[in-house]
Design a protein around this ligand. Structure first.
Ligand SMILES: [Zn+2]
Length: 230
């Protein structure tokens, strides 16, 4: 059973377990380290389930998670342990405000993708076909001062039209209808960042010619290469 592929009918306990499982995957795969990153799910029109501040995402329990309203007020937590929302919570809430179609938000610190933003480089979309065909361009946000309202401000415009963003000198933000989609975007983003870095080290990054990119897109629209990507 893939807990990450939930839908509107999935019970809250399973959604809690989905966040715990996603945290374990991103930590074990090195997509985030220490207690960095945060994961959330939209429970309904009013409430969001989200990871708390200060916990390693690889070692969470279902009861660690917090329930907030869309203004960020804490509605439910395991009060005996004093868990509190992360300072990055406003970024998640901003996604839910801007994107009614999104039910899962995943913020991580993947090493290769984050390195590109520190180096001031963009992810090329014309290097590996699956990137353009699944995520399109992956923009880099402006720099946001940590623990400030800027986290939400810098993503506001770009998240309306993109499912994956690079946060400058910070990490990644990926979204989806469930956590499986958000995690697939994160894995693909980090994969292409690593391929880009390695090919740059070898001295050559071959781009796909524009005409072939056009053809790929056309075929994708007709459904001819969807099987290759699934
Ligand atoms: Zn972060």
């Amino acid at each position: 059973m893939n807990l990450l592929r939930f839908d509107e009918t999935t019970p809250e306990l399973n959604l809690r377990l989905a966040i715990v499982e996603c945290g374990r995957i991103i930590y074990d795969r090195g997509l985030t380290v220490a207690n960095d990153g945060n994961i959330s799910i939209r429970l309904d029109d009013e409430r969001v389930l989200i990871t708390p501040a200060g916990l390693c995402k690889g070692r969470m329990e279902a009861r660690d998670l917090l329930v907030l309203n869309l203004d960020g007020d804490l509605l439910e937590s395991d009060s005996n342990r004093g868990l509190r929302p992360s300072s990055e919570t406003p970024m998640h809430l901003e996604v839910y405000r801007q994107r009614p179609d999104v039910r899962a938000v995943l913020h991580a610190h993947p090493i290769f993708a984050t390195t590109l933003t520190v180096a001031g480089l963009s992810l090329p979309v014309d290097m590996l076909p699956e990137v353009l065909l699944t995520m399109g361009e992956i923009p880099i946000t402006a720099f946001a001062t940590p623990s400030s309202h800027e986290d939400a401000e810098v993503i506001r415009d770009q998240i309306r039209t993109h499912d994956a963003l690079l946060l400058r000198q910070h990490g990644s933000l990926t979204v989806g209808r469930n956590l499986d989609e958000a995690l697939i975007h994160l894995e693909r983003l980090e994969h292409v960042a690593e391929v880009f870095w390695r090919s740059t080290m070898l001295g050559n990054v071959t781009r796909i010619p524009p005409k072939i990119m056009e053809q790929l897109l056309e075929n994708f629209v007709r459904g001819e290469i969807r099987n290759l990507l699934s």
